[in-house]
Design a protein around this ligand. Structure first.
Ligand code: ZN
Length: 206
C-alpha cells in the first residue's frame, strides 16, 4: 500500500488551514489545525486508523486487548483504531473535572491497553485516562494519536519532549504525523510584516 500523505489528507479535509491566524494564546501562526475535521469523513477516519494500526504493529510492542480514549476528542480516533486492530474500545470522561470510567465500562486485571487521542498536545487528558485504567487494574502499554503537536516525543522522532509534555517517557507514543508549527508574538510576526491581518480561526465559519 502506498504511504498515506497525512498532511495532504488534513489539508483536503480543511483540518489544516494555511493563512495568517490569531491563536487562542494570542500568538500568530501561518497554520491552524482543526483536528476534528479530518474525521468528518468516515472513509478518511478508517484510512488514518488503519495506517496507525499498521505503524503500531510494526513496532510489535506487545499484545493489545483494548483501546481507551479520553472523551471527547479521542472517541472517534480511538474507536476507529480499535476497529482496525480488532480489539474492544472504551472511553473515559471528565465529571466535575475528574477523569472517570462510567457507563458500565470495565477493565480486567492485567488487561493490556493503548490510550488513543486524535491529537496529542501536552498529553494531559491521555495521561489522566491512563491513570484511570491503571488504577482499575489495567496495564497501559503506550499511547497513540493520529497526529502529534511536537511537544511530546513520538517513538520514531529524533526530537526530545518539551518541558510541558505530560506523557511518561518510558512508554511509546505512536503518531502518524508531527504538526509542529512556528508561532510568533504579534510584534515579531513575519506575516504581519507582510501587511496581512491575522484572523481568528472560526470567525469566518471555519
Ligand atoms: Zn501576524
Amino acid at each position: 500500500m502506498k504511504k498515506l500523505d497525512i498532511i495532504t489528507l488534513y489539508k483536503n479535509s480543511k483540518a489544516l488551514l494555511e493563512g495568517h491566524f490569531l491563536l487562542s494564546s494570542g500568538r500568530h501562526s501561518a497554520y491552524y489545525l482543526q483536528s476534528a475535521k479530518v474525521l468528518e469523513s468516515p472513509q478518511t477516519a478508517s484510512l488514518l486508523a488503519e495506517a496507525l494500526a499498521k505503524h503500531i504493529k510494526e513496532h510489535n510492542i506487545c499484545y493489545i486487548d483494548a483501546i481507551c480514549a479520553p472523551a471527547l476528542g479521542g472517541i472517534i480516533a480511538g474507536y476507529e483504531l480499535a476497529k482496525a486492530m480488532g480489539v474492544r474500545f472504551i472511553f473515559t470522561e471528565r465529571v466535575q473535572g475528574k477523569m472517570q470510567l462510567r457507563r458500565g465500562f470495565e477493565v480486567s486485571s492485567g488487561e493490556h491497553f493503548l490510550i488513543c487521542e486524535d491529537i496529542i498536545t501536552t498529553g494531559g487528558s491521555a495521561l489522566e485516562s491512563a491513570e484511570v485504567i491503571t488504577y482499575l487494574g489495567g496495564k497501559v502499554l503506550g499511547f497513540a494519536a493520529l497526529a502529534n503537536r511536537g511537544i511530546c516525543k513520538c517513538i520514531n522522532s529524533e526530537t526530545h519532549s518539551k518541558p510541558e509534555a505530560k506523557l511518561p517517557t518510558h512508554l511509546p507514543l505512536f503518531a502518524l504525523e508531527n504538526f509542529s508549527f512556528d508561532t510568533y508574538i504579534p510584534e515579531e510576526c513575519p506575516l504581519c510584516k507582510q501587511g496581512t491581518q491575522a484572523i481568528k480561526p472560526g470567525s469566518r465559519g471555519n
